[in-house]
Design a binder for this molecule. Structure first.
Ligand code: SF4
Length: 221
């Protein structure tokens, strides 16, 4: 097991190619695996759901105790639920399920304790990703899903190597396959912007925690 400092230095890899290969293999075998998709927000999920529902039976899993202001958490939760309802009504043949995780921001504060002042993209985020991906892996194993992954890799601000490494770590821990991803590839991020406009989605201008909000506003907390 490598340290979190080393995780931040991992080289880039082609995770989209790895996902393409898995999808190709499943399609050839006529298999549609059950996927638990950790979802960070509606805008990021829009493209991931549109793309992945063609190949997987998806349950969207909303576990984000990192959104430290409860009103903001509720707003983002309502938006992902609304998006899924609309997408399901547009195509009833590929239904998307929804499951909300616990919401207790103390889980986030405990996980990042001692790393609060790290900049976005640093060690605080490694801890935050681990919290969310381990819980997703646990729920995926408990629910007998075939695999899990996260919409977080669509963000140009998030390091796909770090997320994929932690996802694999979590998958090993709970005995469930982590699906490699880098959803910003194949114009995924641009498509999420288009879909956000199409569905009139609320697009927040900071990642989620109070620290990231303060960073965007140019102050420290
Ligand atoms: S900036 Fe985003 S990923 Fe990083 S700790 Fe805050 S909520 Fe988590």
């Amino acid at each position: 097991m490598i340290s979190d400092e080393e995780i931040l230095k991992l080289p880039k890899d082609n995770f989209q190619k790895k996902l393409d290969d898995i999808i190709k293999k499943n399609t050839a075998a006529g298999v549609r695996p059950k996927l638990l998709l950790h979802s960070c927000c509606a805008p990021c999920s829009s493209y991931c759901l549109e793309y992945l529902r063609q190949y997987f039976d998806i349950t969207d899993f909303y576990y984000n105790p990192n959104i430290t202001e409860e009103a903001e958490y509720r707003k983002r939760t309502d938006e992902i639920k609304r998006l899924i309802t609309v997408m399901n009504s547009e195509d009833e043949t590929l239904p998307i399920g929804f499951e909300e995780g616990r919401y207790d921001s103390r889980e986030f504060f405990d996980a990042v304790k001692g790393f609060e002042s790290e900049p976005e993209g640093g060690l605080r985020c490694v801890k935050c990703f681990r919290l969310r991906l381990y819980e997703t892996a646990r729920v995926a194993a408990e629910g007998h899903f075939d695999c899990f992954t996260t919409t977080l890799t669509i963000s140009p601000l998030k390091n796909a190597s770090v997320l994929n490494h932690i996802g694999e770590e979590a998958g090993r821990e709970f005995g469930v396959m982590f699906l490699p991803s880098d959803f910003k590839k194949k114009e995924g991020y641009n498509r999420s912007v288009e879909l956000s406009e199409k569905y009139g989605l609320y697009r927040q201008d900071y990642c989620g925690c109070g620290f990231s909000k303060a960073e965007r506003q140019g102050c420290s907390v």
